[in-house]
Design a binder for this molecule. Structure first.
Ligand SMILES: Cc1ncc(COP(=O)(O)O)c(C=O)c1O
Length: 489
């Protein structure tokens, strides 16, 4: 199979892409999933690998029965696939799994790096960051300096390299590291990582990259960009249920103390003392790992490596350009973040429709058009406030007001359409048509919704049948109704 054939074949093999849901008009159709920035769908062939492993399931870290040997080898294979995918040579880098997403990795690295270099008391964090790559650094460091972005109002986004340079000049060797996203989860704006590395390395600071939103969309080379630490969530690259992945330079990992203690990371333990192992990644992986998730993730990365992330990126650029251009033409639609013609972006597009609160947009796209998008501030409140500043001022709302009232919450946010490998031109045509439909039927649709909670909306006359919403209890009832089976022997 050629690379292109593999890409085409994989696109058709995502679990749940065609799940059918009802719409307000009484119809039923396969959903259009445009919520990949929150979490992607599962890649079918990778799921099969994880599922097949269950036939051989055993825990890792033993060689003496066949299943444990297979598990240990496959778990090691998953580590290798991570390194390969981010182009990190094993002589210089090590990968380890942590928690259920990137958040665990940031907390771990923030704690470890601040303990390792207490004399460097400043950490730089960009203003675009997800809270997961901001708050852990605030918690573990005495001073976080936020680095501004380029542009203003709706076009705010992409790290301002001149301002970064000025901040690095000001704080110099007090800087421990910079934590910056590879791509924003709000605007998709991509960071020039090799340039950031050059600037911060000049004062001996590390570069820690949040690759959560970049990993499934653009190639990354840790070797070439000289990235010290990179963190991503497996569930954002087609392996829901897999762990977070951390890739770091061996020198750096050897210099820090393990942040988590437990089984599997010690050579020996006495009542009076214990000896953490020097072996990586074991030292960073205390406890029984999420082996199935790691193997599933390894399988995804292996397949995508075969496709080539440059091909994935190329395909996505065409879709981004189409969606951006078509959405820009719709009267009353505001798109956020830098223009993709000026700053490279991933397929994450945030927008608002005049007259619609962000929650109403998401609800109406779902109920009328079976298009699933996310809405809100996407755990990037400071960045979203900047993007919305002008509009909120015009509404007489102070975007920085603490303890915002419910009304402010309804206005303060956007809808977000985010692409995955399975997204087609037809999906985006449907999105554009759906937005046009909402604009045309604005008054009618607004009338038909009632607000619920702080930013939700519910249709007054339409409730999906319970059977259409996933419910684990219902599946268990099916099992409980089956005749009893016994194990022979
Ligand atoms: C840019 C970015 N960083 C970090 C995270 C946190 O990832 P997780 O929730 O998987 O730990 C997210 C999740 O949305 C994200 O988009």
């Amino acid at each position: 199979m050629s690379d292109s054939e593999l890409l085409t074949s994989l696109q058709a093999k995502f679990i749940g892409r065609d799940t059918v849901y009802p719409t307000v008009d009484g119809g039923r159709s396969p959903r259009i999933y445009l919520d990949s920035a929150a979490s992607t769908l599962m890649m079918g062939p990778a799921y099969e690998v994880g599922h097949e492993f269950l036939e051989h399931y055993a825990s890792t870290h033993s060689d003496l029965h066949y299943a444990a040997r297979g598990a240990s080898q496959a778990f090691e294979w998953a580590h290798e696939k991570v390194l390969e995918f981010v182009d990190a040579s094993p002589e210089n880098y090590c990968s380890f799994f942590a928690g259920s997403g990137a958040t665990a990795g940031f907390n771990r690295m923030a704690a470890s790096l601040s303990r390792a270099r207490p004399e460097r008391d400043v950490v730089l964090v960009s203003e675009m960051e997800h809270h997961s790559n901001d708050l852990p650094h605030r918690h573990h460091t005495s001073q976080v300096v936020h680095v501004p972005c380029l542009g203003e109002f709706e076009r705010y986004g992409a790290l301002d390299m001149d301002k970064l340079q000025a901040i690095v000049d000001e704080y110099g060797d007090r800087i421990n590291y910079i934590a910056v996203t590879g791509a924003s989860n709000v605007s998709g704006a991509i960071t020039p990582l090799a340039d950031v590395a050059r600037i911060v390395h000049a004062v001996g600071a590390y570069l820690l990259v949040d690759a959560s939103q970049m990993i499934a969309h653009a190639p990354v080379s840790m070797d070439d960009a000289d990235i010290d630490v990179l963190v991503f969530s497996g569930h954002k690259i087609y392996a829901p249920g897999s762990p977070g992945a951390v890739i770091a330079k061996n020198d750096l990992l050897n210099a820090i103390k393990p942040a988590e203690l437990g089984g599997g990371m010690v050579d020996d333990v006495y009542i009076a003392e214990y000896m953490p192992t020097a072996t990586l990644p074991d030292r960073e992986e205390a406890g029984t790992p999420n082996i199935v998730g790691a193997i599933t993730l390894g399988a995804v990365l292996n397949l995508l490596t075969r496709v080539g992330m440059d091909k994935v990126r190329e395909k996505e650029i065409g879709l981004i350009d189409y969606a951006w251009q078509e959405m820009s033409k719709i009267d009353g639609v505001t798109l956020y973040g830098p223009d993709p013609g000026e700053i490279p972006r991933t397929g994450t597009m945030t927008f608002n429709i005049k007259g619609f609160d962000h929650g109403l947009t998401a609800a109406a796209l779902n109920d009328y058009h079976n298009i699933q998008v996310r809405n809100g501030c996407f755990c990037a409140h400071p960045y979203v406030r900047e993007l919305l500043k002008r509009e909120l001022w015009e509404m007489d709302i102070d975007p920085d007001a603490p303890n915002a009232e419910a009304d402010v919450e309804r206005k303060r946010g956007m809808a977000r359409a985010s692409l995955g490998l399975y997204t087609t031109q037809a999906d985006l045509e449907a999105l554009v048509a759906a937005i046009r439909d909402l604009v045309e039927r604005r008054d009618e649709i607004i009338e038909l919704y009632e607000p619920i909670g702080s930013n939700g909306y519910r249709h007054r006359n339409f409730e999906p049948p319970a059977v259409d919403i996933f419910n684990p209890e219902r599946l268990l009832e099916n099992f409980l109704a089956e005749p009893v089976q016994t194990i022979a022997g």
